[in-house]
Design a protein around this ligand. Structure first.
Ligand SMILES: [Zn+2]
Length: 199
């Protein structure tokens, strides 16, 4: 029923998570009513994230350029590394203001059933950052899911063997069971962070 260009926009918007066909139509009509300037700013922003966002060469967080803003920040504590599964997990931890160290983004969690083995994650790079450095603590902030727990256990074992002097900690429980960090509220996550325990 819709003019083909409008239908194409509806189809693309409906692919976004949480956006059904009806919402996609509403958004598409909204874009159509917007000024050229606003609508093109949206298009340009989408283009920019695809063209300009890369992964930090140190921690694999999202970056514009070779290093992310956190690795570039001289005031961050280099002696603590917080290990997370995805780049999207960095933001909720930053919002708690409980952590002033640096991150390491694994790019997923171990899941043999899905074919995700240790070599598929950025584990070698993590061990490389810890070995022979001033790092004294590694916080394992993988999700409190079966795969997240298995990943934390695997990394803790490797770190204990490779760098016995480095403390390995895990966030305190209290986060929603089976929940992703992404969905934890700031207060709960902040508490889990300050109450982290040695594993
Ligand atoms: Zn970085």
């Amino acid at each position: 029923m819709l003019a083909p260009p409008l239908q194409r926009l509806v189809t693309e918007l409906a692919k976004l998570p949480g956006v059904g066909n009806r919402t996609a139509q509403r958004l598409a009509f909204h874009v159509l009513r917007e000024s050229d300037e606003d609508a093109l700013a949206l298009a340009q922003a989408i283009r920019d994230v695809k063209e300009k966002i890369t992964l930090c060469e140190v921690c694999f967080n999202l970056a514009e350029g070779p290093r992310c803003v956190i690795c570039l920040d001289e005031r961050r504590d280099t002696s603590v590394i917080c290990v997370v599964e995805e780049p999207g997990d960095v933001l909720p931890i930053e919002r708690t203001h409980e952590f002033r160290g640096r991150y390491h983004v694994l790019g997923g969690a171990l899941s043999p059933i899905d074919g995700v083995e240790p070599e598929d994650l950025r584990l070698v790079q993590l061990y490389g950052r810890v070995e022979g450095s001033d790092v004294r603590e590694v916080v394992l902030a993988t999700n409190q899911t079966t795969t997240g727990e298995a990943t934390a256990l695997h990394i803790a074992g490797e770190l204990h063997a490779r760098t016995p002097d480095v403390a390995v900690t895990r966030l305190a429980s209290g986060l929603p069971v089976g929940g992703d960090l992404e969905y934890a509220d700031e207060v709960t996550l902040g508490r889990a962070f300050s109450g982290r325990r040695v594993v």
